[in-house]
Design a protein around this ligand. Structure first.
Ligand code: EPZ
Length: 421
């Protein structure tokens, strides 16, 4: 594993234009969905990220042929041979569990190593399993593996206890080839679910309701390959908006879908930043200090948990006190200790943190614990006095394409130091 680090000189005002890449959290289910059809599907705009590389490794391990030509990814799932994903692959990325639904639909059998928890939470799969069992899947969990099989998938009425994004996606991808109708209630409403519905329907599926909390899926006999362009990454876009605010900059963020950013734009405006929406870009300008705001993460269309660490970095150096409540994951304050090393005044009680804004953050040695915590520390370093050394930026590489290149163009002073570990 490389132990790359960033050396960032703070207080550089960011100015200019930055283009958002394709959404990581849409690319992953879309790649898994290509397994549902024989032949070659093409996905456009897939970002070059470590998590995408891992998903491609899984698809190749299953027997798919995958070719990347620039931003086009061609996946031929005709020659599916295996249906097992071992611990090594699963440990690299838990979203590999998104092949459960497609393999059951296509093949009737799948075996995956139970994806471990991660820094932000235990990441259970009970809702995935409950939904698949209702569709007629038998599930056995033994020796850290989840084995699932069925001789045929039967449409069912499924109610999710929590609007789980991954469970919604796995159940959708199993139900499209089930016999009969599946109704999925309390489904996740994220834009990535709508993107998946659009690809599945291009492949010949009959899915309706994505974006709302009830999905209806009429099972069909088979699906055919399709071509689809992935939606832009709303979390990357939100991260760039906060960078503009924290450096009192003036940045145009291109390639966005405005409604996907509504909760983030509303909060940034509430804090006093200047946001101008154009049709597929957003301009963020900031002069002077902004004020503290209270924040509660919620399932979409609420404020996204994946923006909570980045927002905390911003609230660490504003006028006043803010309260952040993290309702989605049980352990998503790993970035707090590292922000404290940079002078932030933050206290944590369970899922609630209180942030007392300071005049400025100070450069320090800090390290990333997970993807979005890394993003938060990256932003804090851009705004801090002097120099920050940010270790373990491999976490950041999982979710942000060409980050240092994009930011150098805006005027940031970033060095990437490569170190073999
Ligand atoms: C997706 O993870 C995203 N990952 C996460 O982004 C994101 O934080 C999360 O959705 C919430 O928006 C991808 O899309 C690849 P969930 P997922 O199932 O699907 C509980 C990032 O930084 N739950 O919606 O794993 C779970 O414990 C990553 O890009 C169950 O209880 O999230 C959590 O509290 C981090 N049982 C809540 O639901 C289950 O069977 C939301 O989890 C499944 C989930």
């Amino acid at each position: 594993m490389a132990l790359d680090r960033y050396v960032i000189t703070g207080k550089q005002r960011l100015e200019g234009r930055i283009r958002v890449s394709g959404a990581k959290n849409s690319s992953l289910p879309l790649l898994a969905a290509t397994v549902l059809a024989e032949g070659t599907s093409t996905l456009l705009g897939i970002p070059e990220l470590v998590d995408i590389t891992h998903m491609i490794e899984v698809l190749k391990h299953l027997g798919c042929r995958v070719v990347r030509q620039d931003k086009a990814m061609h996946i031929n799932a005709g020659g599916l041979e295996a249906c097992e994903v071992d611990e090594g692959l699963m440990r690299q990325m838990r979203a590999s569990n998104l092949i459960l639904g497609p393999l059951l639909a296509r093949y009737g059998r799948v075996k995956i190593s139970r994806p471990g928890g991660c820094a932000i939470g235990s990441r259970p799969m009970d809702q995935h399993i409950k939904g698949l069992q209702l569709l007629g899947v038998k599930v056995k969990e033994k020796h850290g593996y989840i084995e699932a099989w069925t001789d045929h998938l039967q449409g069912a009425d499924v109610y999710l206890d929590v609007p789980s994004v991954g469970a919604t996606e796995n159940i959708m991808m199993a139900a499209v080839l089930a016999k009969g109708i599946t109704v999925l209630r309390n489904a996740a409403r994220e834009p990535e679910i709508v993107d998946l519905q659009n690809l599945l329907n291009k492949m010949g599926a009959k899915v309706r309701g994505a974006g709302m909390d009830v999905l209806r899926i009429d099972g069909v006999e088979r699906l055919h390959p399709a071509e689809h362009t992935v939606i832009p990454d709303r979390i990357e876009a939100g991260t760039h908006m906060i960078a503009a605010v924290m450096t009192e900059g003036d940045v145009v963020i291109e390639n966005i879908v405005p409604e996907h950013l509504e909760p983030v734009i509303a909060k940034i405006r509430q804090a006093g930043a200047h946001v101008t929406l154009l049709d597929d870009s957003v301009r963020v300008q900031q002069w002077g200090r902004i004020r503290g705001v209270d924040l509660k993460t919620m399932p979409y269309p609420g404020f996204p948990t994946d923006m909570q660490p980045q927002f905390m970095a911003m609230l660490s150096c504003v006028e006043g006190t803010s309260i952040i409540t993290e309702t989605i994951f049980e352990n998503r304050f790993q970035h707090v200790d590292e922000l404290r090393r940079m002078g932030a005044q933050i206290t944590v009680e369970g899922r609630t943190s209180v942030i007392r804004g300071v005049e400025t953050l100070e450069g320090a040695f800090v390290e990333a614990s997970d993807l979005r915590a890394g993003a938060a520390l990256f932003l804090a370093a851009l705004a801090a006095e002097d120099v920050t050394v940010l270790e373990k930026i491999d976490y950041i590489d999982r979710g942000y394409e060409n980050l240092e290149q994009k930011y150098r163009q805006l005027g940031a002073k970033i060095l990437r130091i490569h170190q073999e570990g």
